[in-house]
Design a protein around this ligand. Sequence first.
Ligand code: FAD
Ligand code: SF4
Length: 327
Amino acid sequence: MEPFRYTQPKSVDDAISGKAAAGAQFVAGGTTLIDLMKLNVERPAVLVDINRLELAKIETASDGGLRIGAMVRNSDLANQEIVRQRYAVLSQALLSGASPQLRNMATTGGNLLQRTRCYYFRDTAYSACNKRTPGSGCAALDGFNRIHAVLGTSEHCIATHPSDMAVAMMALEATVHTQGPKGERTIPIDEFYLLPGQTPQKENVLEVGEIITYVTLPPPIGERSYYLKLRDRAAYEFALASAAIVLQTEGGRVSRVRIALGGVGTKPWRSREAEKLLEGQPADPARFKAAADAALQGAKPLHDNAFKVELAKRCLTRALRVASSSA
Ligand SMILES: Cc1cc2nc3c(=O)[nH]c(=O)nc-3n(C[C@H](O)[C@H](O)[C@H](O)COP(=O)(O)OP(=O)(O)OC[C@H]3O[C@@H](n4cnc5c(N)ncnc54)[C@H](O)[C@@H]3O)c2cc1C
Ligand code: SF4
C-alpha cells in the first residue's frame, strides 16, 4: 500500500471539493477500496472519507417509494421493515452477499460501485488487464475464465459486475441521484452502468468529482418478488448466476414483470426480452423456460464458462416459478 493523504469532510460540497485534488478517491465502508489498495490495484493519493456526511437515512418518498441515502449500510437496508415487506427482492439480495461483518460496513453507494472480482484485475502480477491498465490486453480471454461474463462482453474485457444489490435494484427500476461540480443529476440505474466496449476502465457514467448522494426506488410494480443466487458454496461467495424478479399476476397470467440477472453480465443485466415474452401470458413453466432462453439468447460463452448459460437459464426459470407461486 502506498502513502496517501486522508480527509474527513462534513458536507457534500466539501467532499466534492476534496475529490478535485489529483488522485483523490471517496472511501465509504472501505470493503472494496481498502482491499484493492492493499493489493496495489488502486493507489489513491488522497482518501476523501465520506462517513461523516448526512446520507445514512432511509425515508419514504412522496410517490410512495423509498429514498435510500448513499451511506446506508447494507445490513440496515436489508433489515429495514419496509424493505423486508415491500422490496423483499432487495433484502434477499443484500443478505445473500458477503458476510454479516462486511454488510455492517458496506454502503449503498459503495456497493453500486464495487469493482470486479476478475482474478487478473486483482493481481498485479498479471500485466494484461485493460480495466486496470488500458491498452494492456485481457489475460482472462485466454486464461481461466470460469467466473467471467457471457453477456455484454467485448474483446477488451469479459469481467462480471459482482453486486447482488445492484441486480435487485435493476429489477426495481431504481434511480441513482448524484451531486458533482456541475450540479445534481438523476440517472436511471439501467443507464448508470456502461458496457466494457473498448474502454472497460470506464464502468459507469459518473463524472470526475461526482458523488452518489442517494438512490430512490419507485413503488414496486408487483406484489411478488424474489432473488435467487447460485454459487459454489452456500454462503460468503459471489454469484455464478443470479436472478431478481418483481412480478404481478392476475388470473394466472403475468400482468407485469421485471427481470434482472447477476453473475453473467458485464453489468447488472436487465432482460427486457424475457419480460416481453412473459407479460400478458400464462404464468406457466413453458413460458418461464421460453423467457429464460430469450434472456440468454445473446450469450457468448468462452472455454471455461459455457456452463453459465444453462445455469442462468435454470436460475431464472426457478426464480420465476418461486416468485409466481409465493403469496
Ligand atoms: C470477502 C468479500 C466478499 C464479498 N461478497 C459479496 C457478495 O457475495 N455479493 C456482493 O454483492 N458483494 C460482495 N462483496 C462486496 C461488498 O458488497 C462491497 O465491497 C461493498 O458493498 C462496497 O461498499 P463500501 O461502502 O465498503 O465501498 P468502498 O470500498 O468504500 O468504495 C467502493 C468504491 O465506491 C466509491 N464510492 C463509495 N461510496 C461512494 C459514493 N457515495 N459516491 C461515489 N463514489 C463512492 C469508492 O470511491 C470506491 O471506488 C464482498 C466483499 C468482500 C471483501
Ligand atoms: S476480464 Fe477485464 S478485468 Fe479481467 S483481465 Fe480482462 S480486462 Fe482485466
